[in-house]
Design a protein around this ligand. Structure first.
Ligand code: 9YT
Length: 131
C-alpha cells in the first residue's frame, strides 16, 4: 500500500512549478496505479491555455473560483468547490482562476513526475510502462 501526505511532498521532486500553477504529484507513473493524481494550485488572476493531446484529465475542485472556456465553441463553465470536469475529448481550453483554485487532477496515462506544459499547453506522451 502507498501512503503519502501532501505536506511531505512540498519542496521535493514531486512539487512541480508550472508558472501559473503548482502541481503536487501524489501518485505518478512509477507507482503503478495506471493513473497519476495531483493536488494542484492555480494562481489567482491567471489564464492558462491547455491542450492535453496525449492524456485524459479529470479535475475536481476543492477550493477557490474560476472558469474553463472551451476553445472552438467558446462555452464557459464556472469552477467552484464540488465541480468536476473531465477532458474526455482532449478538449483544448483556457483555464482561468479569479481566486486561487485548489484542484485534484487525475491523468491517464499517468505523468511520470516532472512534466510541465509545452508551447501548445500539452504534456509529452508518457513512455510505455514496462510490465
Ligand atoms: C487543471 C490543470 O490541468 N492544471 C494544470 C496543471 C496540471 N493539471 C497538473 O499537472 O497538475
Amino acid at each position: 500500500m502507498i501512503v503519502r501526505h501532501l505536506e511531505k511532498l512540498l519542496g521535493t521532486e514531486r512539487d512541480v512549478d508550472g508558472g501559473n500553477w503548482i502541481s503536487r504529484r501524489l501518485l505518478t507513473a512509477d507507482d503503478g496505479m495506471g493513473f497519476s493524481m495531483h493536488d494542484t494550485i492555480i494562481k489567482s488572476g491567471t489564464e492558462t491555455p491547455i491542450w492535453y493531446k496525449h492524456h485524459l484529465e479529470a479535475v475536481y475542485c476543492i477550493a477557490g473560483k474560476g472558469e474553463i472556456e472551451l476553445v472552438g465553441s467558446g462555452e464557459i463553465f464556472p469552477i467552484q468547490p464540488g465541480m468536476l470536469y473531465a477532458l474526455n475529448r482532449h478538449d483544448r481550453h483556457l483555464l482561468r482562476a479569479s481566486e486561487t483554485l485548489q484542484l485534484i487532477c487525475v491523468f491517464n496515462p499517468p505523468v511520470t513526475g516532472r512534466e510541465v506544459h509545452d508551447a501548445d499547453g500539452a504534456y509529452a506522451p508518457s513512455p510505455a510502462i514496462a510490465s
